[in-house]
Design a protein around this ligand. Structure first.
Ligand SMILES: NC(=O)c1ccc[n+]([C@@H]2O[C@H](COP(=O)([O-])OP(=O)(O)OC[C@H]3O[C@@H](n4cnc5c(N)ncnc54)[C@H](O)[C@@H]3O)[C@@H](O)[C@H]2O)c1
Ligand SMILES: O=P(O)(O)OC[C@@H](O)[C@@H](O)[C@H](O)[C@H](O)CO
Length: 449
């Protein structure tokens, strides 16, 4: 590290052991929790569920990697030293279970994407098996801290794990032990971290003078609001600790993520690559601002001291950061797992309050058109979604009629609440927008709003 350029921030004394086990070796963990932990004296073992590319790179680099913070004024580089060990769950499942059970592990954090919580065989099963072992040994209390973009993400994690505990121990003893010794706080996490690309590795090489195949890039903004419900010790993370995370989650998921997904579908249909480019389409920024003021703000009560419109302005400034190339298609992925909390919850609350639903019907129409798999130019758009088959079958049965296609999407009962599916005003408005998008495309529709 002595050979690195002087303006690169490097870690101080490295931790020797890991009190945190992190599940999910993705880009976000490296630019968020790993950075917060680097400012403490704790270490992390990172567990990769499937692909081992990142953990192999980390192991090769003694756990070190760089985060490039990209602001409108340029980049700054920091080397992170908080990752002290790695484990590959797919090929070392027993070791991963042992790490959940280990008395040296005090906190398990997770960034495994929204869909992972529905896969009982995967991460929830691993946690249940680890907790059963910990309970059988009478180990110390444990905090399981979800850092995925889900509402009530602590409760969601607990609900995914709890039903598996009985089969993990047979006599109900694990469930009772977990009840008394394990907490699942919720948290709101925020930092825009696009998937690393060849350009990320080239920047790292040119700024550091060494190859870094675990490098990530992120925006300057970072936030972490954690429910103050730890079962045992925790790192001294410089986060906000509160007893009410729900308000923060709602504000962020509906405003930042809701508008992110909206711009992702509009941008993909308009054949632009990134969110910044989508926001720059004529009419897009005005639409986003209008959506925040007229539909998102009236749907929620922000946490004390927060104003949804001011928060939304800040979000739009972050989306406009030219240093961040966040691809529309990355954000568009897994829409069925994201839109319930980013869009449908907003619509449900607006419908209950009898607020007009015209504007918020446009993102629904954009997602419906995106799901058909063709952009306005006729380019193929990938539908990367666990409900892909159900979505495509419903759309195929609906034919070309916009109202029938909206009904097909709203008929996905696994993800669309009944009050949203049955709302006539929403259905009419969404069908109208879909007709506009079919006839004129996104660019013209936005320009003439
Ligand atoms: N990237 C961001 O800007 C950002 C910001 C806030 C929150 N998040 C949260 O972090 C999550 C991960 O984002 P990322 O940028 O690190 O993505 P990524 O694609 O880089 O990493 C995803 C990780 O999840 C794992 N994973 C994927 N599907 C899984 C499954 N079915 N079961 C178990 N593990 C699975 C992958 O193996 C990988 O480790 C997001 O889904 C989101 O909930 C991301
Ligand atoms: O990471 P995902 O796939 O859940 O969602 C894509 C983006 O909306 C998201 O990652 C945001 O960049 C992030 O939530 C900002 O904190």
């Amino acid at each position: 590290m002595k050979r690195l350029p002087g303006d690169v921030r490097v870690p101080g004394d490295r931790p020797q052991t890991a009190g945190v086990l992190h599940l999910g070796a993705g880009a976000f963990h490296r630019a968020h929790q790993a950075v917060y932990t680097d400012d403490t004296d704790w270490g992390i073992t990172v567990a990769a569920p499937n692909s081992r590319g990142v953990i192999d790179a980390l192991a090769e680099q003694d756990g070190l990697f760089s985060v490039a913070t990209l602001g409108p004024e340029g980049a700054s580089m920091r080397v992170i030293g908080s990752i002290v060990d790695t484990v590959h769950i797919a090929s070392e499942r027993d070791r991963a279970i042992d790490l959940v059970a280990a008395e040296t592990t005090h906190v398990v954090t997770l960034t495994v994407t929204e869909k992972a919580y529905r896969d009982a065989q995967g991460v929830p099963g691993l946690l249940a098996a680890g907790l059963a072992k910990r309970a059988a040994r009478g180990g110390p209390p444990l905090t399981v801290l979800c850092c995925d973009n889900l509402p009530d993400n602590g409760k969601t994690t607990r609900a995914a794990v709890e039903p598996l505990l009985d089969s993990a121990s047979k006599n109900g003893a694990t469930r009772a032990w977990v009840e008394a010794n394990v907490t699942f706080p919720s948290s709101m996490v925020d930092r825009i971290v696009p998937a690393s690309t060849q350009a990320t590795y080239e920047r790292a090489l040119s700024e550091l003078g060494v190859t870094d195949l675990a490098a990530v890039e992120a925006e300057p903004f970072t936030q972490w609001v954690i429910e103050d419900d730890f079962a045992g010790p925790r790192p001294a993370w410089d986060a906000t600790y509160t007893h009410d995370v729900a308000g923060w989650e709602r504000l962020k998921l509906r405003t930042l993520n809701g508008v992110h997904s909206t711009l992702a579908y509009l941008g993909a249909l308009a054949d632009v690559e990134t969110i910044t480019e989508s926001l720059a389409l004529p009419g897009a920024e005005a639409f986003a601002r209008w959506l925040i003021a007229e539909q998102i703000a009236p749907s929620l009560t922000p946490p004390d001291g927060q104003d949804t419109i001011a928060y939304g302005e800040n979000v739009l400034e972050r989306f406009a950061n030219p240093g961040i190339r966040h691809r529309c298609l990355q954000i568009a992925m897994d829409g069925s797992q994201k839109l319930p909390q980013r869009l449908f919850a907003t619509i449900a609350d607006l419908a209950e309050a009898h607020v007009d639903l015209d504007l918020i019907a446009l993102p629904l129409a954009a997602w419906t058109r995106f799901c058909a798999g063709k952009s306005d130019n006729g380019t193929e758009l990938p539908l990367d979604d666990p409900l892909k088959d159900a979505i495509r079958q419903s759309l195929a049965a609906a034919g070309a009629n916009p109202a029938a296609r909206i009904d097909a999407i709203l008929g996905l009962h696994q993800i669309v609440p009944e009050t949203v599916a049955d709302n006539h005003q929403l259905r009419r408005a969404a069908a109208k927008w879909l007709r506009e998008l079919d006839r004129h495309g996104v660019a013209t529709t936005l320009e003439h709003l």
